[in-house]
Design a protein around this ligand. Structure first.
Ligand code: TRP
Length: 349
């Protein structure tokens, strides 16, 4: 039997420990809504239920800087997002929640990787190209309003992923290109320096694409202003649900459940028996939208209420939130520092 000698700086732990390291980041851009929860947070909580996974989830506060937010607002949003993540099923021993900015190795990794990244690669990134297209359309200078944070967004995201030595990254379609860039940079690093230093991540594509319709029936999104707020107190949520746009059919008329926003939302939260019963009454006729909205509000509230109270408790008890984050950040720092050391050594630093 032959043994390979361990080289200093080769990939360590995740593989040998048999754990899959899953990593994702969320930008602290504002109030979380049901679409964020169903599309991103809940699937991650489902992954976290698998004890063979070690999950790193972070508040992408460095990424948020490229839109130059007010410092107080950024700080507040970051805390809220961290509290929401912890409250929504991610407060578990195999999940490490951290703020990206508290793991210095990430930014240092981005600086190192910038020497491996071809400028042309970043020229092709969707967000940058969209800014250029908007400038062209408005007759402005191509790079008007584009800072280096926006331009090198994919580079920082690659650093997030590669520094934490992630095996898999759950991504939606909008982030697929960013993940490809991270893979590209890992491969480029292997060619320029040596293989076995940076792990190539793989995209984890959601089994069923969970896009939730918003108040107007289009995809629920902050940019369409059609969201249902996740953590609002009082009757904000039921008021929003009452505003969901429906057609003008009367309660007696038969309706198609498959084109109904209300049914789509119900499917995301109600148990299958409840959903089937309502769908049946849609087809037969004899159910009004008002009744469905009340049911929907009740079902969602039952699901969300425990998370909401945990969220508000975390926000009113800064010591507990800080303690949770300190733990996640310590874990993330340890892991990222190891990758950074390997990377620096491989580069001759
Ligand atoms: N760009 C992601 C988004 O806007 C957030 C993000 C930053 C991220 N770094 C990441 C996601 C690393 C996954 C992995 O949704």
């Amino acid at each position: 039997m032959t043994h390979t000698t361990a080289q200093p700086g080769r990939l360590t732990d995740a593989a040998t420990a048999g754990l899959t390291v899953t990593l994702t980041g969320v930008q602290p851009t504002g109030e979380l809504h049901l679409g964020n929860y169903v599309g991103a947070i809940r699937p991650l909580a489902d992954l976290a239920a698998d004890p063979a996974r070690d999950i790193y989830v972070f508040v992408a506060d460095l990424h948020a800087l490229n839109s130059c937010p007010d410092p107080g607002a950024l700080r507040e949003r970051s805390r809220r997002l961290a509290a929401a993540l912890l409250a929504c099923g991610l407060d578990r021993p195999n999940v490490h929640v951290y703020r990206q900015s508290r793991v210095p190795a990430v930014a240092r990794m981005a600086a190192l990787l910038s020497n491996v990244a071809a400028k042309g690669l970043l020229n092709r990134a969707h967000a940058y190209k969209a800014s250029i297209a908007a400038n062209v359309a408005a007759g402005r200078d191509l790079d008007h309003g584009v800072n280096m944070g926006l331009y090198s967004y994919p580079l920082l995201m690659a650093a997030d992923i590669l520094a934490l030595d992630a095996d898999e990254v759950p991504v939606g379609a909008d982030q697929a290109q960013h993940l490809e860039i991270a893979v590209d940079l890992a491969q480029q690093f292997s060619r320029s320096y040596r293989p076995g230093v940076l792990r190539e991540p793989r995209a984890l594509i959601a089994q069923r694409t969970a896009t939730l319709p918003g108040l107007d029936g289009r995809k629920m999104s902050k940019s369409y202003d059609n969201t249902i707020t996740l953590m609002a107190e009082g009757n904000v949520m039921s008021n929003q649900i009452r505003r969901i746009v429906t057609d003008s059919s009367s309660p007696e008329q038969p309706k198609d459940p498959d084109t109904s926003t209300l049914i789509a939302l119900l499917r995301a939260f109600a148990d299958p028996r409840t959903v089937a019963a309502v769908e049946e009454r849609y087809r037969a006729g004899g159910i009004g939208y008002g009744e469905v909205k009340s049911l929907l509000a009740k079902v969602i509230d039952t699901h969300v209420a425990p998370m909401r109270s945990r969220y508000h408790r975390l926000l009113t008890d800064p010591a507990e939130l800080d303690a949770r984050l300190a733990k996640g950040e310590q874990h993330a720092r340890q892991r990222a520092d190891r990758t950074l050391a390997r990377t620096m050594a491989a580069m001759g630093l």
